[in-house]
Design a binder for this molecule. Structure first.
Ligand code: ADP
Ligand code: NA
Length: 327
């Protein structure tokens, strides 16, 4: 059976982009694929994380997966650090990944900022850990946002290099799966930047746990332009286009249908209706997350059980890799 692997970082501020671009799409895949969904805490610590917050955010992300409709019985849900095969396979792959390949990764350049010398070695090697995450499960498909396409390409290059060097087809090359109309949700403050957990402005994103008043206020303040009329022109009117895409994704409609409905309306109408929609779709998820978070021991039990099932898949793959390398 085809197998998917995907993950998100437990770095807090879970937002509409994470939901529409990732988690929501996974829900529809669990029937057709053996599904492994990871909370990638080892990726999170490539930049500083407060220990207490990290533990809480790991539970919160688990709760979000489940609240959004991912079934912990049918899928494997676990946190990365609980399965040591990830770190071990990453080291083995580090040893056959040329530095030149990592130097081409654009996300490192963005995340490391100006003073690149101060970035951690972990942040630099992050894409190799991601390759290990995927290859440890011999995943056939990886649902990714646009932002992760380059890393998945690297994963394929690393697998191919391993197979070539050792003359055996040990690691299958995973296929990217780009899903959903709102694959890239942009910041509410700047239509050229993606909505992100790490944006210092809370007004740039709608968090999954925002209440009605907060959502309404963020959407009222969301940047648009002074042109009358509602049109979908991503190049010329990126902020308006972003809100139309979010609307369409939440309502299960096309952007054309949304534009047709509001063509002559003031944009405040779109924002008001979008507030209702966001509350309607996110409210029940936030409510369920709250219930789950009230029982942390139950979340920990789900993660422990998931880690056990993850180990059962990943450890034999790691053994095969080690044997192939003569270790
Ligand atoms: P972030 O990029 O906000 O730090 P993660 O790296 O944990 O979040 O990403 C988790 C998932 O959410 C990934 O699959 C990523 O592609 C997706 N994602 C993150 N931001 C967006 C966005 N603005 N639009 C669509 N998908 C996104
Ligand atoms: Na990301």
């Amino acid at each position: 059976m085809a197998r998917i692997f995907s993950g998100a970082q437990p770095t807090g501020n879970l937002h509409l982009g994470n939901y529409l671009g990732a988690i929501r799409n996974w829900v529809g895949l669990q029937d057709s694929y053996q599904s492994v969904f990871c909370i990638v805490d080892l990726h999170a610590i490539t930049v500083w994380q407060d220990p207490v917050a990290l533990t809480r955010q790991t539970r919160e992300l688990t709760a979000a997966y489940i609240a959004a409709g991912i079934d912990p019985e049918r899928c494997v849900i676990f946190n990365q650090s609980a399965v040591t095969a990830h770190a071990e396979l990453a080291w083995l792959l580090n040893c056959l990944t040329p530095i030149g390949w990592l130097n081409r990764m654009t996300q490192f350049k963005e995340k490391a900022g100006k003073d690149r010398e101060k970035a951690s070695l972990g942040l630099y090697a992050y894409p190799v850990l991601m390759a290990a995450d995927i290859l440890a499960y011999k995943a056939t498909h990886v649902p990714v946002g646009e932002d992760q396409k380059q890393h998945l390409e690297l994963t394929r290059d690393i697998a191919q290099r391993f197979n070539q060097l050792y003359g055996r087809d040990v690691l299958p090359l995973p296929e990217p799966m780009i899903l959903g109309a709102a694959t890239r949700v942009m910041s509410l403050r700047d239509g050229t930047k993606k909505m992100s957990k790490s944006d210092p402005s809370d007004y740039s994103r709608i968090n999954l746990t925002d209440d009605r008043d907060t959502i309404a206020q963020k959407l009222r303040k969301a940047r648009t332009d002074s042109e009358p009329g509602v049109t979908y022109e991503p190049e010329r009117r990126p902020e308006v286009a972003n809100l139309i895409r979010i609307y369409a994704a939440l309502d299960g409609r096309t952007t054309d249908a949304v534009v047709a409905e509001y063509a002559d309306a003031p944009f405040t109408d779109v924002k008001a209706k979008l507030t209702d929609l966001a509350v309607e779709k996110l409210g029940p998820i936030a409510e369920r997350m709250k219930q789950l978070m009230a029982e942390p021991a139950e979340i920990d039990r789900i993660l422990a059980r998931g880690a056990e099932r993850a180990r059962a898949i990943a450890e034999p793959v790691l053994d095969e890799v080690r044997q192939t390398m003569g270790l």
